[in-house]
Every structure is written in structure tokens, then in C-alpha cells.
Design a protein. Structure first.
Length: 295
């Protein structure tokens, strides 16, 4: 399957659907009882079905997710795979970023990382210092492109002011239910400044298939699609928005991929934008945000 891409005026492009690896190998720490073979198989299966963007982080399973991604991509043409990895907000001093990147490269068993992102802002470390390290990694070709994660528009702007290299994406918790990045203007800022939004948790932990929402049910009947497919399609039909999702279940992967080869009409996209009930319009603190707060 050929997955469509979103292309920026800078020439950078990213597929509208990618494979996320949160909870691959564990959560914040490695789960020694995790079925690593199943995770590797899931990633391999996704790549075999045309999913070329794999998103990971040194923070996922304390780096073990990167190890499993490195195992999964063996045998595939590396030049056709886009790997995003992220540096923990606890490691944003210059030397720590360099060390983290080197360790990620080793775990991923690759010579370069396509997109390297700050996983979460850290107000206790100067962004100038962090961006200086990221700039060095691009200059030395360890990293091809720079990204961010969970940055609002003001933080994104400040980061870009401290780099000669284009920041190509910002990972945001954004879906039909959670509209914080839309409400605070970050989505619009990205759309107006040639930045791709990578929407994580697109189906909100199964909320859309679990909860009965009349508007969603109506559109499912109209398009003969599942609630999750409607939710993903709504996201990727917005300017500069792509998404990532993780699953071990082949049926769920097939369902997710069934969201990208069609398009709702604009009236229905607007209807979901304006009339979806009980939306959360604030940006929630992530686990990483809570992690860096002083005790």
C-alpha cells in the first residue's frame, strides 16, 4: 500500500500514517516479561504493509523500544524508512543530548536518525543550549531533520529562532476529543509556518469505538467506516496534519490503514470540527511534563 504524504514547501515530506512505539518493550522502563518478538513482528508487518514512518524515543521502555525498532528494520531498505526518535526532557543539556543521540543510534543500529526531536519542553534548561546540540547533530549528519514534541506555538517559535535548520514537525496530543493544540493556536501556527503536526493518540485509547456518539455513528453509516477510521480520516484531512498509532493486532492495523485511502467531504470535516460533543480544549500535562517538575 502506498501511503500518501504531506509535503512542506521546504520539500520535507512525511506519510500521513506512521507506527508509534509507546509501550513497545515496556512503558517508561523495560518490561522484562514483554513479548519482544511480537513487537518486532508488528513493526515488520506494518513496514511490509507500506508504513514507512516509525516513531520512537529513548524514553520508551528506557531505550529498549529503540532496540526493537532496530531489530525490526533489518532486511528493509533503510533509505525508504523514516525513523523519528526523541530525546528525554531530562537530557537537554548540550553534552547530554549528544550522548543520548549516540546511544539512540547504537540501539537503532543505524548511521543516522531521520528526525530527532525534543520529547517535551524543559523550562529548567535553556532552549538555546539544547538547540545548539541539535544543530551540531545535523551539521555532522547524525540527524537529517529536527523535530519537537509537546511544544506550544511560543515554545516552537523560540526553538526555531535558535536554529538555522528548519524544524519540520511537532508531535501533539490532538484528536477529535482532545483539541488543546487547536484551541491554543499551535495547530494554526504550524499550518502557517510550514511545520507538520504529528498527532499522537489519534483514537484516544479506543474512546471512539467504545463510546456511543450520535454524530460519529451517523458518519460511520454514511461512509461505511468504523469510528476509528472516521477519527483518523478527520485528522489527516487537515492541513499539515499526520498521525501515528501503535498496535500489535493486525486487524487493528488494517482498520487504521483503511482510514487513509478516502476522504470525507469538507462539510462533514467541519461538522466534526464544530459539533463533536464534550471536547477537551486544554492541553493536558504529559507524564514527561510531570517528571521534570521539581518535587
Amino acid at each position: 500500500m502506498k501511503i500518501p504524504v504531506k509535503k512542506l514547501s521546504s520539500g520535507f515530506e512525511l506519510p500521513v500514517f506512521g507506527f508509534g512505539t509507546w509501550q513497545v518493550g515496556g512503558r517508561e522502563t523495560r518490561n522484562l516479561e514483554n513479548d519482544d518478538k511480537a513487537d518486532i513482528f508488528a513493526i515488520k508487518t506494518a513496514i511490509g504493509m507500506g508504513v514507512t514512518h516509525i516513531d520512537t524515543s529513548e524514553w520508551y521502555a528506557d531505550g529498549h523500544a529503540e532496540v526493537l525498532v532496530g531489530e525490526a528494520i533489518k532486511g528493509f531498505d533503510r533509505s525508504k524508512i523514516i525513523i523519528t526518535s526523541k530525546v528525554s526532557p531530562l537530557n537537554l543539556h548540550y553534552s547530554d543530548i549528544i550522548k543520548s543521540a549516540q546511544q539512540s543510534l547504537k540501539r537503532l543500529n543505524t548511521d543516522y536518525i531521520d528526525i530527532y526531536a525534543i520529547h517535551n519542553p524543559n523550562p529548567y534548561i535553556d532552549i538555546k543550549e539544547s538547540m545548539s546540540a541539535l544543530n551540531f547533530l545535523v551539521e555532522k549528519q547524525y540527524v537529517r531533520f529536527l523535530g519537537l514534541s509537546n511544544f506550544n506555538k511560543e515554545q516552537l517559535k523560540e526553538a526555531q529562532e535558535n536554529s538555522p535548520f528548519k524544524i519540520v514537525c511537532d508531535h501533539l496530543h490532538y484528536n477529535l476529543k482532545h483539541r488543546g493544540p487547536l484551541t491554543d493556536g499551535t495547530i494554526e501556527y504550524c499550518q502557517n509556518n510550514d511545520v507538520i503536526v504529528v498527532a499522537w493518540r489519534p483514537v484516544q485509547k479506543g474512546f471512539f469505538s467504545r463510546e456511543k456518539v450520535k454524530l460519529l455513528d451517523h458518519l460511520c453509516m454514511k461512509y461505511d467506516k468504523t469510528p476509528n477510521q472516521i477519527a483518523i480520516n478527520w485528522l489527516i484531512n487537515q492541513k499539515n496534519v499526520v498521525t501515528i498509532s501503535k498496535t500489535r493486532d493486525i486487524n487493528h492495523l488494517v482498520e487504521n490503514l483503511g482510514a487513509i485511502d478516502w476522504k470525507m467531504n469538507q462539510g462533514d470535516i467541519d461538522l466534526l470540527m464544530n459539533d463533536f460533543p464534550d471536547t477537551v480544549n486544554t492541553v493536558e500535562n504529559t507524564t514527561l511534563t510531570r517528571l521534570i517538575q521539581p518535587s
